[in-house]
Design a protein around this ligand. Structure first.
Ligand code: PMP
Length: 424
């Protein structure tokens, strides 16, 4: 397998972008080597700039639930682009997409479209603070909610991967209102509420963590957290940027029977184009300008091409049988993977929820950031490169989720597991 083109492109990109990339985890720094440049994708497959093909488990970091270049999304985007790229004015597709979002997530009585997950969480926190007239927020160590200043405190994903969970350039004054609790540990949240009475505006959480690798919530944890927030007059913000539409039509909110005050969405909702959403209870969302005093805006918010991609995507996943089929694929893969690990006597933790999975190179179950951080990242790096060499593309970090798409077939899993059998 040659990767000369990718290497050439990377040399050029390094002259232009910090680390040669436009988002840090893409740079392969934690696994070593230099990144591949991708040229195209179709279904569950991607091709690099040298023409090598891979079974893809990155899936545009979760956005590609339907696989790459799904024909109905492609057709919808092609139809939309001929009508103009955006007007900075309202148009009909925004409401059509919002209605489908609402069918999946009834908790979004009112919502706003933005252009990224970062914007969604940042704006949700602002409205939570505006509504409660409180300043402090609670997040969990190892959870990542985008790169807004106040959220780059003990953050997961790339921040954890590169050992910079607390970013330079965030003034202490900006981070002083961010309190950090331990995931799956309700007492740590209670202690923060006790230490800061009537000061906490909101708790923001990844309901199933993807950004320290996949860490599911322990039984009852999310529901108890919800009750605690209610009792303390703080809002519960469920960050479903990764889990929304993926774990179920209504994401983790549906899966765990939650009633959040605010929900953030991203990735799948734009079908791979830049869309984020935040929304929730009407009286909270009506605090936003022009109705209320909380300001939030966006030139490209509700962009018609992105809305068209999102609409076509949501229509596909609302077909009867979509989630049972995804679940069946996922169960087939994870069960076979588990049997392989036990047949080989390997102690590694395969952690999954729905179509999200991570193989942690550690011998004890991962329940929070402390246990995730015990993983052998060098062993992960070797696994990553051996898989890539044999045509399997995984996220280039131990602290990320891999994703199965609707277009992965048994033949893909068969090939993947044969590779894993050979390299593990
Ligand atoms: N929240 C979660 C849970 C995420 O996984 C991400 C991105 N991986 C974000 C927020 C930020 O989204 P974006 O990268 O689109 O800004």
């Amino acid at each position: 397998m040659t990767t000369d083109q990718s290497q050439k492109l990377f040399e050029e990109a390094q002259q232009l972008f910090p680390g040669g990339v436009n988002s840090p985890v893409r740079a392969f720094r934690s696994v070593g080597g230099s990144p591949l440049f991708f040229a195209k994708g179709s279904g569950a497959q991607v091709w690099d700039a040298d023409g090598n093909s891979y079974i893809d488990y990155v899936g545009s970091w979760g956005a590609a639930l339907l696989g790459h270049a799904h024909p109905s999304a492609v057709a919808a985007v092609q139809a939309a682009v001929t009508l103009g790229f955006g007007f900075g004015a309202p148009h009909a597709i925004e409401s059509q997409l919002a209605q489908l979002v609402q069918q999946c997530f009834p908790a979004l009585e009112k919502m706003r479209f933005v252009s990224s997950g970062t914007e969604a969480t940042m704006s949700a926190l602002r409205v939570a603070r505006g509504f409660t007239k409180r300043d402090k927020i609670i997040k969990f160590a190892g959870c990542y909610h985008g790169h807004a200043d106040a959220l780059l405190v003990k953050a997961g994903s790339g921040a954890a991967t590169f050992g910079t969970p607390d970013s330079l350039g965030v003034p202490a004054d900006f981070a002083q209102h961010t309190l950090v609790a331990r995931y799956n540990h309700l007492q740590s949240v209670e202690a923060l509420f006790d230490a800061h009475p009537n000061a906490i505006a909101a708790v923001i959480i990844e309901p199933v963590v993807g950004n320290m690798g996949v860490v599911p919530p322990q039984r009852g944890f999310l529901n108890q957290l919800q009750e605690l927030c209610r009792a303390k007059g703080a809002l519960l913000i469920i960050d479903e940027v990764m889990t929304g539409f993926r774990l179920a039509r209504g994401g983790a909110t549906e899966l765990f029977g939650l009633a959040p005050d605010l929900v953030c969405l991203g990735k799948v909702v734009g079908g791979g184009l830049p869309v984020g959403v935040y929304g929730g209870r009407k009286e909270i969302m009506e605090q936003i300008s022009p109705l209320g005093g909380v300001y939030q805006a966006g030139t490209l918010s509700g962009n018609p091409i992105a809305m068209a991609a999102g609409l076509a995507t949501l229509k596909e996943l609302m077909q009867p049988g979509f989630y049972p089929s995804l679940q069946e694929k996922t169960a087939y893969f994870t069960e076979a993977f588990r049997s392989l690990l036990s047949a080989k006597g390997l102690p590694w933790q395969l952690q999954t929820t729905g179509s999200m999975w991570t193989l942690f190179f550690t011998e004890t179950p991962v329940v929070d950031w402390e246990s995730a951080a015990k993983s052998n990242t060098s062993a992960f790096g070797r696994f990553f490169h051996a898989a890539l060499e044999k045509g399997i593309s995984l996220p280039p970090s131990q602290f990320e989720s891999a994703f199965i798409s609707f277009r992965h077939e048994k033949a893909d899993f068969y090939k993947t597991l044969n590779v894993f059998d050979a390299i593990l």
